[in-house]
Design a protein. Structure first.
Length: 259
């Protein structure tokens, strides 16, 4: 079989080229921590893509190292449930694990993964097989690369590129292209390009859910509500810190029920 080259190509991640908040390219800062994500750092850098940005100041940008708030606190979001958990490997409180397969870098609660946690993390992460045809094909033919942390080399340095801008795609060898896995930006579902329903490509009144960028494919599976004028799914996915539950009405003063 000649299919294994495709896997080799995919050593870098689209996260090196597009912002984790808005999924667009531009003037990005790359986190030096475990998450390996890139972000629009300052308000002006996010204007074109209506990005909330990290809201950093120019002085913060000049620091030699940048850690996002998640990597700073060692609390990362589970890619299944979106909740934060400790990823501190030193502490005995570690509740979040990270997939290191081919620069995947996604975090999970072991209990949120569908498989036996004894196989963590490499074989449990659902991003490495097609959600659509795995039922038909019980064995995934993912090859056994032991690509541990390559983050540092592949990470484009600060102020990387504008390559992430969404455009119509380049064409590659048709066969492997169709069999490449397309990864949802919002949840751990991956699909062969050929296994994606036609309507995801837009046209004929359908909402487009997939874009090719120079940095890779940006895709949102059918589970996520799209914001059409942003060409992305709703941007409520990132949680840097625990927030007080809204609507809990904690400071509502107890009414004095005197009679
Ligand atoms: Zn952004
Ligand atoms: Zn980070
Ligand atoms: Zn979870
Ligand atoms: Zn993975
Ligand atoms: Zn498939
Ligand atoms: Zn999804």
């Amino acid at each position: 079989m000649a299919g294994t080259k495709a896997a080799m190509e995919k050593d870098y991640s689209v996260d090196d080229y597009i912002c984790a908040i808005c999924d667009e390219g531009g003037d990005l800062i790359c986190c030096d921590g475990d998450c390996g994500r890139s972000f629009h750092p300052t308000k002006p850098t996010g204007e074109a893509s209506h990005c909330d940005t990290l809201g950093l100041s120019e002085e913060q940008l000049e620091l030699p190292e940048f850690l996002c708030e998640n990597c700073e606190s060692k609390k990362h979001q589970c890619f299944v449930c979106g909740e934060l958990g400790s990823s501190d490997q030193g502490g005995d409180e570690q509740v979040i694990i990270q997939c290191n397969k081919r620069g995947c870098k996604r975090f999970y609660h072991p209990y949120c993964l569908p498989l036996d946690i004894n196989k963590i993390p490499e074989d449990a992460c659902p991003m490495h097989e097609c959600y659509s045809c795995k039922k038909k094909n019980a064995t995934s033919e993912d090859n056994k690369m032991t690509g541990k942390t390559k983050g540092k080399e592949t990470c484009r340095k600060k102020h990387a590129t504008s390559e992430g801008n969404k455009t119509r795609g380049q064409s590659k060898g048709r066969g492997t292209w169709e069999m490449n896995l397309v990864l949802c930006r919002r949840c751990p579902k991956a699909f062969h390009r050929k296994c994606l329903p036609r309507e995801m490509f837009g046209g004929e009144g359908n909402i487009q859910r997939i874009w090719e960028t120079a940095g890779g494919t940006v895709f949102y599976c059918g589970d996520h509500e799209m914001v059409e004028n942003l060409r992305s799914a709703k941007r409520n996915h990132i949680k840097f810190r625990e927030e007080k539950p809204k609507g809990a009405a904690e400071n509502q003063s107890v009414e004095d029920g005197n009679k």
